[in-house]
Design a protein around this ligand. Structure first.
Ligand code: NAP
Ligand code: MG
Length: 494
């Protein structure tokens, strides 16, 4: 009998009021891992109430004290890293080394955000009047609603919750339905670290039953969302009408440009890692290669050989290089896009079918797939597939590559392989994405740099980095007049 897990509301572990549950399963073999509350608006209401009740005391807790709790949480994560990584591989599928990286990002963010407890810097500046003091300070906003996807089930929640909490907000967290267990671990870690009751509340359940009411609740002035563009824009529309602040991190269609002077062995290795790591289910995954015509054919050959050589299997097996997709629906989506690729006249050079031999038949496995001869405006070259499908597009020069990169609806990450320093700097300037890599694939962000994308990927916010507090704080400007008389600022200038 699978374990039954509960919501975390007001410091207590409680089932959904209805008592209903949903199953969490392992995409590598279909095994049921646990039953989680299928919560409803009434449970969201309880959680928001608890968060609102906890806010006044948490807001007034000195920030360095708040930060100590984050530090402790980071230490607990570090001690439990392997166990958390294994749990992640089981519920989400990514191979164990990558799951360890996901947990490590959470640890890094705990320590990075905890440092803010002794910074939270504001600005002092001279007043234009005599005997007057002027400064600006960051202040928390209130209850933050956090809605996250399944592909980084630990890292992404920490990117949002750590900065929100250290700044003095309280939170209601709705994780993805496909990866509830890591969210459960994260809430338990905060509890163990000594977070006061109600400061973080966790509600499991669907987008419509839990996400929607959280977006609509007037007591939740800030929403931080990572997920698909479709869902993000819907949230933004509904929350915008209510005057809320919404930080969105959405889809990507990230390109690697390979110039004719590139180190092809390095480029191949990096592209394979960016395209097929996490089975292509990273927001920063490479799904387009823009290959210079002079190296195109050789690169296609190397990528096809490399893709065919990747070993698929359960991520808990150290020999596995590519794990399963997240669920059956995603396998079908990938299969549909492969068919679209054929219909568009692209040439399949690797993969193109689900992997079903032996034990793979029990899981959601799909062969790493490479298409060559893809037109830059083909659907497989412009739409986010979120699976192990790579499209290679032939380009004649750097300018064309930049043009195709920048024409995308999305703008998260891009990369160029070249040995020409002038071209590398031109690329850093001209590639319109929130993240640009030189001689590295499109994945591998470090948490102390701002993370986010342009155009359809986001709405101008950046997570992590030195910008980590921006989505979760307001600026307050404070003037103190110690002249003892009425000074009227600009009006007294005459
Ligand atoms: P998704 O379907 O958009 O779901 C994201 C979250 O939103 C889930 O918790 C989901 O709940 C919830 N949700 C769904 N409908 C909702 C509604 N009507 N109101 C409120 N919440 C709702 O995305 P996903 O399939 O989990 O993740 C894959 C997507 O995330 C890809 O597009 C990927 O590019 C993007 N992503 C972007 C970044 C980035 O930083 N830019 C990072 C990682 C992933 P349920 O799980 O219950 O449906
Ligand atoms: Mg989904």
């Amino acid at each position: 009998m699978a374990q039954t897990f509960h919501n975390f509301i007001g410091g207590r572990w409680v089932p959904a009021r209805s008592g209903r549950t949903f199953a969490n399963s392992n995409p590598a073999n279909g095994e049921v891992l646990g039953e989680f509350p299928a919560s409803a608006p009434e449970d969201v209401n309880d959680a928001v109430e608890a968060a609102a009740r906890a806010y006044p005391a948490w807001r007034l807790t000195p920030a360095p004290r708040r930060a100590e709790i984050l530090l402790r949480a980071g230490e607990i994560m570090r001690a439990r890293k392997q166990e958390l990584a294994r749990a992640m591989t089981r519920e989400m599928g990514k191979v164990l080394a990558e799951a360890g990286g996901d947990v490590q990002e959470g640890i890094d963010m705990a320590f990075h955000a905890a440092g803010e407890g002794r910074r939270l810097h504001g600005v002092t500046t001279p007043s234009e009047m005599p005997d007057k003091w002027a400064m600006s300070v960051r202040v928390p906003i209130g209850v933050v609603g956090v809605i996250t996807p399944w592909n980084f089930p630990f890292a992404i929640p920490t990117w949002k919750l750590m900065p929100a909490l250290v700044a003095g907000n309280t939170a209601v967290f709705k994780p993805a339905t496909d990866t509830p267990e890591l969210a459960w671990h994260l809430a338990g870690i905060f509890e163990q670290a000594g977070l006061p009751a109600g400061v973080l509340n966790l509600v499991f359940g669907s987008g419509s039953q839990v996400g929607d009411p959280l977006v609509a609740d007037p007591r939740v002035p800030v929403l931080s969302f990572t997920g698909s563009t479709e869902v993000g824009l819907g949230i933004s529309t509904r929350a915008g009408a209510l005057g809320k602040r919404v930080a969105l991190e959405m889809g990507g269609k990230n390109a690697v440009i390979v110039m004719d002077d590139a180190d092809l062995a390095l480029a191949t290795e990096a592209i394979l890692w960016s395209a097929f790591g996490t089975t292509g289910q990273r927001c920063t995954a490479c799904s387009r290669v823009l290959a210079h015509e002079r190296v195109h054919d050789e690169l296609v050959q190397r990528l096809a050989d490399g893709a065919r050589g990747l070993k698929l299997g359960d991520g808990l097996d150290p020999a596995s290089q590519v794990g399963p997709l997240i669920n059956r629906g995603q396998v079908e989506r990938v299969q549909d896009y492969v068919k679209i690729g054929f219909d568009e006249g692209a040439k399949l050079v690797a993969g193109g079918v689900p992997a079903t031999e032996g034990a793979l038949a029990k899981g959601c496995f799909y062969r790493p797939t490479v298409f060559a001869g893809v037109r830059p405006d083909a659907r497989i070259a412009v739409e986010e597939i979120f699976g192990p499908v790579l499209s290679v597009v032939r380009v004649t020069d750097f300018a064309e590559a930049v043009r195709i990169n920048n024409a995308s609806r999305f703008g998260l990450s891009s990369s160029i392989f070249t040995r020409d320093v002038n071209r590398a700097f031109a690329a850093m300037r001209d590639l319109d994405t929130g993240i640009v890599y030189v001689n590295h694939g499109t994945t591998g962000a470090e948490i102390h740099l701002p993370f986010g994308g342009m155009r359809g990927t986001g709405n101008g916010h950046r997570e992590a980095g030195h910008t980590l507090l921006d989505p979760f704080t307001e600026w307050k400007s404070v003037y103190v007049d110690f002249s003892g008389r009425l000074q009227r600022a600009q009006i007294d200038r005459g």
